[in-house]
Unconditional design. Structure first.
Length: 500
RNA sequence: GAGCCCGUAGCUCAGUCGGUAGAGCACCGGACUUUUAAUCCGGGUGUCCUGGGUUCGAAUCCCAGCGGGCUCACCA
């Protein structure tokens, strides 16, 4: 094992000579190995975190503690050296004195490189300048860093490098750490809030024989043993509704969806959604759940329901405004689609709305909304009552079957969620699928497929239910003031490229 | 997919009209026993994204490509 390691290193060291700093680190590594030391071994195990010691100094003052983390700065003053140790909780200063540790250990400490991962044992004290520190009694090297870290002051700014080498971004950019910690807290809070309300969390397939539950182009793959094509899921919806059929009345799933579509500051090919379904409820109930969830999450992770996004104040405090899609269109464009019933397509085109060739009346309304209205919806608002032909899984309105009991909350001009009273009439659902199949045959490759297996489930009886989907990434963008979805995804997709 | 912008040292960035490649941090050598962006003295460590072209001469101008960002388009 050790021989193997040594061998590999010597092979690599030739190419590493490209960079003086890497050469120095390789040389130190090889010297340690020759001295019989393993520079990648677990040694001193931390008993405390930096934050614990700093925040409860009075409790630990004079006590011996063990800490472990990454060496991030060194200030050498002859026989005394200060260093900054960063662990997952924060930063703490180390103090090493020649007189205290002896010549050999002192030289070894100075020989460490910034970025090395070390363990230390020492006594907590406060320096003359008032900084809580640990006077090191012993230390060990637990991972030699062979590459230099980005600069401590400016951090890693290059956006491409921050995405490609997120570990460096997380190491040196505190704001990036903050975003992903907050993302974790958002997901945890959603889970807890739903659990408190009696929802159970489930996991449904990512690999679908028939991609369904959304209008989107799927990624295709292939299962060798079954000898059949499979699709990465574009939404978990149809499986979660099968669980309603099965008698789970409140279910939710948090997980990835995959859509084989464009990439932008608001779109990543794989993204995380929450979908929740509640039996014996309708879209009104789900709107309340939506505004409650999002505002409670904000309160929990940010301590407020009034947030700042890119310099704009957004008030997430419920209740949110509700407006039907037709009302919203009339409010912002003056177009009255109620009065224009039967002439939707020509009216939309006259207003300068771009439409696909085979657009349906509902598409004309939806496109008008998306192209003319969306951008105005900054403060949270539920847009409701979407046309039935663009809502193939939603229940029709009792008072007007051309529209559905559906809602989409908009915040900052973004569609942040989507929900409706779930269509549980298998006869109507079949008609909707047949309409989608016609669209697909007419060239719409985002139209739904016929899903006989799902229809069969509905035929056994699905309770009336409300459903809700929230885009977690966009929600996290809002809550963390992040301008790009890639800022809230740890490893966003990039074209492959050799290391810079 | 289209338009605009960007790519120089490990990192952050300068680089004028086309004339020997620069700074800060980091790094290397030296001094320094309470500093904290430590300080002081000395040292520039480079595939100027890649490949062509123009030119006596290209980081710089032109063409193509690669990668990235933003805005559109598609979408959540």
């Amino acid at each position: 094992m050790d021989e193997q390691t040594t061998q590999d290193l010597s092979v690599q060291s030739d190419e590493a000579l490209l960079n003086d700093q890497m050469a120095v680190r390789r040389a130190k590594l090889e010297r340690l190995i020759q001295e019989g030391r393993n520079p990648y071994e677990l040694g001193i195990v931390p008993t405390h975190t930096a934050r614990q010691v700093v925040e409860a100094f009075d409790r630990w003052n004079g006590e011996q503690v063990a800490l472990a983390g990454r060496l991030r700065a060194m200030r050498i003053h002859g026989g005394a050296t200060f260093a900054d140790l960063h662990d997952s909780s924060g930063r703490i200063q180390l103090f090493v004195r020649l007189d205290a540790v002896g010549q050999q250990a002192y030289e070894a400490f100075k020989d460490l490189d910034l970025g090395d991962i070390i363990g230390v044992r020492g006594v907590v004290f406060r320096t003359k300048r008032g900084e809580v520190s640990v006077e090191v009694q012993e230390f060990d090297l637990q991972a030699k860093a062979l590459r230099p870290l980005p600069e401590k002051w400016h951090g890693l700014k290059d956006i491409e490098q921050r995405y490609r080498r997120r570990y460096l971004d997380l190491t040196v950019n505190p704001d990036s750490r903050r975003v992903f910690l907050l993302r974790s807290q958002v997901v945890a809070a959603i889970r807890r809030l739903l659990n408190e309300r009696g929802f159970i969390e489930v996991e449904t397939p990512m690999l679908h024989p028939i991609p369904g539950g959304a209008n989107a182009r799927p990624f295709e793959t292939y299962h060798n043993a079954l000898d059949m094509p499979l699709y990465m899921r574009i939404a978990p919806e149809l499986y979660l509704k099968r669980l309603l059929v099965g008698g789970f009345d409140k279910v939710f799933e948090i997980g990835k969806n995959f859509r084989n579509e464009g990439i932008s500051t608001k779109h990543n090919p794989e993204y995380t959604s929450l979908e929740a379904y509640q039996a014996f409820a309708d879209y009104e109930d789900m709107m309340v759940l939506t505004e409650t969830l999002i505002s409670e999450v904000a309160r929990e992770v940010l301590g407020t329901t009034v947030i700042q996004y890119q310099g704009r104040e957004i008030d997430l405090t419920p209740p949110w405004e509700r407006i039907s899609m037709l009302e919203a269109i009339e409010k912002y464009t003056g177009i009255d689609f109620e009065a224009a019933a039967g002439r939707e397509i020509e009216v939309a085109k006259a207003a300068g709305v771009r439409l696909p060739d085979n657009a349906t009346p509902g598409q004309a309304i939806l496109e008008t909304f998306e192209q003319k209205v969306e951008e105005h919806l900054i403060q949270p608002v539920f847009v409701t009552d979407h046309p039935v032909d663009v809502s193939p899984l939603a229940k029709r309105r009792k008072d007007n079957p051309r529209f559905t009991e559906r809602f989409e909350p908009y915040i900052n001009g973004w569609e942040i969620a989507n929900g409706f009273s779930e269509l549980n009439d298998p006869i109507d659902q079949r008609l909707r699928f047949e309409e989608q199949v016609r669209k697909r045959e007419a060239g719409d490759d985002e139209a739904h497929f016929m899903d006989e297996d799902f229809l069969e489930a509905l035929e056994y009886g699905m309770p009336p239910a409300g459903g809700l989907g929230i885009g977690i990434d966009r929600l996290v963008m809002l809550l963390t003031d992040s301008p790009s979805i890639r800022d809230v995804i740890l490893f966003p997709h990039m074209r492959p490229k050799g290391h810079a």
